[in-house]
Design a protein around this ligand. Structure first.
Ligand SMILES: *[C@@H]1O[C@H](CO)[C@@H](O)[C@H](O)[C@H]1NC(C)=O
Ligand SMILES: *[C@@H]1O[C@H](CO)[C@@H](O)[C@H](O)[C@H]1NC(C)=O
Ligand SMILES: *[C@@H]1O[C@H](CO)[C@@H](O)[C@H](O)[C@H]1NC(C)=O
Length: 821
């Protein structure tokens, strides 16, 4: 037995558990003892050619390996500098003597290996100072008798002891009588003398014995069976006789009996093996039989009768044959027909198993890591119907390829609940699968299945493991697994989270290590019962879609396994490795409506503000005014280069209604005539006696550079009639002409203009008119504009006799027209 660690000088090391795997199968208790603890700081001085214990070891060391050296003596103070020493390996040295004081300073010592030395007696006085010792190996020394010294009485924590020797006498183990041990390992291959009942004072759960393969074994095995629950024999070779005798002795005895029997590293012929098995199977007390590392010598020829048995479980691991030419059927038939409840044949290169000949008692079959194909259990291609009690079938790690064929093998296993087909090479192509309805757990992990496998599943399966296959999609509407509660699709190639149509009861969905780069939340609606999910280790693309996923996490009562550390962004490059937990995008950048709103809002606000400002400040009015002003200025400049038309006496003639005379007299005239800048012809003021009003008006118009009409409702209704006809005949005053300036004193709706005044209507639509602003601030601009429109240089002297030639200025046309009026 080993209490071995990885030793590395001065380094912190962890226990290498692999070393224990094999042994742990047999003596779980010792493994627990050793694995339950870790020595943090182990010094490795193995194989250094040392002849004595090195000095100045670091005092913090918890372990020290001095095996495979030339140390011959352990002195009283050799380990005094290591107060925390728990583990000490002194095996494979030449130690003859260990001083009683050796471990005086090491009260914490738990594991001591002094095997393969030259210790000649087992008084072991040094144990007086090691009350915490749990593991001790003192086998393969030079002592022959196995009488343990009194010092062993003080190691009350002892759980494991390994001894070897040639002579074992009745009182040898008396010192251990009060100690409850887990395992006693007796290396008795050199035993020459055994006194009956020598093991009886041992108080242990397990006895492991390396046998002599001679007659001495009978008493030893017999005693072991009566004192321990578990008896393990190592290196048994073709000794069914001794075993048979030992069991015969035990049958007659009433004392406590073993219930578990184990062979380790046995070698037997087919005959001896079946005989040996029969001995144990026929015993009434052994319930569990194990064989590890079994080598079958020779060939298998004989067909052996199938024993009746009270053994419940038979486990064979790592068995092998030396001769491959044998009747395989005999081998298979022998094992499958043994009436046990649990049968395990594993890690053994057998390629086939037959169907039991009659209704089988088997409840559990574990055939993991053999070399089975889908033809397992078939006999002449008929399906096996004798395994109706079987509820667990493990075919993990075989070479099964066709899942559809295999399903037929299980067709009549009507109690089968748990089926493990993991780590095969399963494929499904087509055809109906014949699973029994009883299957609740199906393990199909590590195969070569794609999404078609969903057409080949047991109807009421609850737990389905499809990890590590080739599934790329999954759509639940083509099949129905009503009872499915747990689905493991880890390590496949899914691009999307599957919806749960077809398996609405699903509570656990595992999708780790797939190709999910985004997570659309569509599945939430059909997966109503989902409580656990694993979406870890997927190549997430950290964009807006994923944001929904992260927020969904808090919204729904779903537990995400391995959150947050196994959830990281893969894309975009810049976010590679970022935890999803820390991935934030602003609400704005992900919400289109918000984004539009954010862009449009300012535009709308600015527009509205501008509109309001325009209306408030009457900017259009100003613009119009400015336009007119510039136009007027432009014209003035143009006119300057021409000659002033002949006969002009006034800058403007003003026509208005009596109702508006106040405005004309108090605003218009004062403003224009203010500094003598403009001369205005007003038919009242510049009245030529002896002429009608109309004649006066027309005379005024003709002598004026411009004609201003002050438009108002009143004006249109009362005054305009005078002009309509005149304009109709007078080319000079066509409606487009610059000569006319319209001032709109108040808003005049079009409908108020009588239809017969079509000239006016035309003018008002074609010509721009000047609006008299109500706002006082605008008056200045209005006047400026008006002045600009009137700007022309007139000869001043004409003013002297305004009346005299006025008449003469009326041209012929006018004269003519006036006669008609
Ligand atoms: C002590 O060392 C030997 C040789 O290296 C090894 O075989 C043995 O398992 C070790 N003992 C323990 C208890 O680890
Ligand atoms: C048989 O195997 C089942 C399933 O592994 C297990 O639960 C049960 O304890 C085993 N029974 C015996 C007698 O070993
Ligand atoms: C399926 O088998 C694999 C190993 O073959 C194991 O890791 C896994 O836990 C099993 N799944 C279930 C649901 O038992």
């Amino acid at each position: 037995m080993e209490c071995r660690l990885d030793f590395e000088r001065g380094n912190i090391v962890r226990r290498n558990s692999v070393i224990f795997i094999f042994w742990s199968l047999i003596i779980g208790s010792v493994q627990e003892l050793l694995l339950g603890k870790e020595w943090q700081y182990v010094l490795n001085y193995s194989s250094q050619g040392l002849t004595s214990i090195p000095r100045d070891l670091p005092s913090s060391a918890e372990g020290l390996d001095l095996s495979l050296n030339q140390i011959s003596k352990i002195n009283g103070d050799d380990f005094s500098s290591l107060p925390h020493l728990m583990f000490l390996n002194l095996s494979y040295n030449i130690i003859e003597n260990i001083s009683p004081e050796s471990f005086k300073s090491n009260p914490e010592l738990e594991c001591l290996d002094v095997s393969h030395n030259k210790i000649s007696n087992l008084s072991c006085d040094f144990l007086d100072f090691t009350p915490n010792l749990r593991y001790m190996d003192i086998s393969f020394n030079t002592y022959t008798g196995m009488t343990l010294g009194d010092a062993f009485r003080s190691v009350i924590q002892l759980e494991y002891i390994a001894l070897s020797g040639e002579i074992l006498l009745n009182k040898d183990f008396e010192s251990l009588a009060d100690i409850q041990l887990r395992t006693v390992f007796l290396q008795l291959q050199n035993l020459t003398h055994y006194e009956n009942t020598s093991l009886n004072c041992l108080n242990t759960q397990t006895v492991m014995i390396t046998v002599t393969n001679r007659q001495t074994d009978v008493e030893v095995i017999s005693d072991a069976l009566s004192i321990a629950e578990e008896v393990t024999l190592l290196s048994v070779k073709n000794t069914s006789d001794y075993l048979y005798q030992a069991f015969e002795i035990q049958k007659g005895q009433k004392k406590k009996k073993a219930s578990q029997f184990t062979f380790i590293n046995s070698e037997m012929s087919w005959g001896a093996a079946t005989d040996t098995l029969n001995v144990i199977l026929n015993s009434t007390f052994i319930k569990h039989l194990y064989a590890y590392g079994f080598v079958m010598l020779g060939s298998i020829w004989e067909k052996k009768p199938i024993p009746k048995t009270s053994v419940e479980s038979l486990t064979i691991r790592k068995a092998s044959v030396t001769n491959f030419f044998f009747f395989q059927g005999n081998l298979y038939d022998f094992f499958i027909n043994i009436m046990v409840k649990n049968l395990t044949i594993a890690e053994t290169p057998i390629i086939h198993m037959t169907c039991p000949q009659s209704l089988s008692t088997l409840q559990m079959l574990d055939f993991s890591y053999n070399s089975f194909s889908e033809s397992v259990f078939s006999k002449n291609e008929t399906d096996c119907n004798n395994l109706t009690n079987l509820n667990t079938l493990i075919l993990r790690g075989n070479q099964i390829q066709q899942i559809q064929k295999l399903s037929s093998r299980t067709k009549y296993m009507t109690s089968l609940k748990y089926l493990d087909l993991s780590s095969n090479s399963l494929k499904y192509e087509s055809g109906t699968c014949h699973w029994p309805d009883s299957i609740l757990t199906l393990n199909l992990s590590s195969n070569s299945l794609d999404h078609l496998v969903f057409n080949c599943l047991p109807k009421y399966v609850q737990i389905l493991d499809l990890q590590n296959n080739q599934i790329t999609t999954l759509s639940g509407d083509v099949f129905s697994l009503e009872a499915l509660i747990e689905l493991n699709l880890g390590s496949n190639r899914l691009l999307e989270i599957p919806h749960c149509e077809g398996f609405g009861k699903l509570g656990t969905m595992l999708l780790q290590d797939n190709s999910l780069y985004t997570v659309s939340l569509g599945f939430i609606h059909s997966c109503r019962n989902l409580t656990v999910m694993d979406v870890s280790n997927n190549p997430f693309m950290c964009t807006c879609n994923l944001k929904d996923f992260v927020s969904m996490k808090d919204q729904y009562q779903i537990e995400f396994l391995h959150w947050p550390l196994a959830y990281r962004c893969s894309y975009p490059e810049t976010l590679n490795g970022l935890l999803l937990k820390d991935f934030h995008l602003s609400e704005l950048s992900c919400n289109l409506i918000l984004l539009l709103a954010a862009i449009l809002c300012p535009i709308i606000i600015v527009t509205i503000a501008a509109t309001i400002l325009c209306i408030r400040l009457d900017i259009p009015w100003y613009l119009r005014m400015m336009w007119q002003w510039t136009q007027a200025k432009r014209r003035t400049v143009a006119i300057r280069h021409q000659d002033v038309p002949d006969g002009l006496l006034f800058h403007a003639f003003v026509s208005y209604s009596q109702h508006d005379s106040v405005w004309v007299k108090e605003s218009l005239l004062p403003n224009l005539e203010e500094d003598q800048s403009f001369r205005i012809c007003q038919h009242e003021r510049n009245f030529i006696p002896g002429k009608s009003i109309v004649e006066n008006i027309i005379s005024c118009i003709e002598k004026s550079y411009r004609s201003i009409f002050v438009l108002s409702t009143n004006f249109i209704q009362s005054e305009w009639c005078h002009y309509e006809l005149y304009f109709a005949h007078h080319q000079l005053l066509s409606e487009n002409s610059d000569k006319i300036i319209l001032i709109l004193l108040e808003p005049v709706p079009q409908y108020l203009i009588p239809s017969k005044f079509y000239k006016l209507k035309n003018m008002m639509t074609k010509k721009t008119y000047m609006e008299w602003p109500q706002d006082k601030n605008k008056h200045k601009l209005f006047w400026a504009n008006l002045r600009a429109a009137l700007q022309i240089d007139l000869p001043t002297e004409v003013m002297a006799e305004p009346n005299s030639d006025a008449e003469g200025l009326l041209n012929e046309d006018t004269q003519h027209m006036l006669n008609h009026l």
